[in-house]
Design a protein around this ligand. Structure first.
Ligand SMILES: *Cc1c(COP(=O)(O)O)cnc(C)c1O
Length: 221
């Protein structure tokens, strides 16, 4: 079933888009099943679980950290994650800078945007993005590759509206970048949005990375 689900989803993903298979709560055997089919990008949202999997799984897996990251856990991710999707505050940026610079490493990150203005979801609100990005110039061991969002649970019509807002934000910041108005450690190229129930809509609105879990691995208990 896992292989069939994976192939079914993969077929819907354009070649220039990265499918991140979200393996949280799922066993390493399932990850290896997809690995054997060529999948290399996996998403995890809890540091402890990620570390356990990282230790025993192949070194060429690209690990995407997609969960809320507490500052006291950043140190465990250095030289282990390919991309941290959830940069959502300056204190977190400061800690990432500190931990990664210590090991002479660069953290690739996405800025998490709170597009739905959801009080339960974290992220930078749209009106603060520009200022936030300018502050990141202070952190040379952080390289921003783009934006990520997690939507509040809403109907699909509202989802599409929010994805369109993300797309226009992404395009606006790419334009600012090409005008030389963003710090040199900012390179807006990725837009991470879309999960099992709405990744098709995300793709239609310019997602360059989609994060799909249950539609491939089955429900999490
Ligand atoms: C769990 C999770 C996903 C995948 O969710 P599904 O609905 O199972 O596809 C995607 N992104 C984030 C941030 C997650 O925590």
């Amino acid at each position: 079933m896992l292989k069939t689900n994976y192939r079914r989803v993969l077929k819907l993903i354009p070649l220039n888009v990265k499918l991140i298979t979200v393996s949280k709560f799922k066993p390493v055997e399932d990850i290896m099943t997809l690995y054997s089919l060529g999948q290399r990008d996996f998403g995890e949202n809890r540091v402890q679980e990620f570390l356990e999997k990282f230790e025993i799984l192949p070194i060429d897996i690209r690990w995407h950290f997609i969960g809320t990251l507490q500052t006291n856990k950043v140190k465990y991710l250095v030289n282990k994650t390919y991309l941290i999707h959830s940069l959502n505050s300056l204190p977190l940026a400061k800690e990432i800078e500190k931990c990664f610079s210590k090991l002479n490493s660069i953290a690739q990150v996405l800025i998490q945007i709170n597009i739905g203005k959801d009080h339960n979801k974290s992220g930078i609100s749209t009106e603060n993005i520009y200022e936030f990005i300018q502050e990141l110039a202070l952190y040379p061991h952080i390289k921003v590759l783009g934006f990520m969002t997690i939507l509040p649970i809403v109907d699909i019509a509202s989802t599409v509206i929010l994805y369109k807002e993300m797309k226009s934000l992404y395009e606006r910041y790419r334009a600012l970048q090409s005008e030389g108005k963003l710090p040199s450690n900012i390179n807006i190229s990725e837009l991470s949005m879309g999960m099992s129930d709405d990744f098709v809509e995300a793709l239609e609105n310019g997602a360059t990375m989609v994060r799909v879990g249950s539609k491939i691995f089955g429900q999490r208990n």
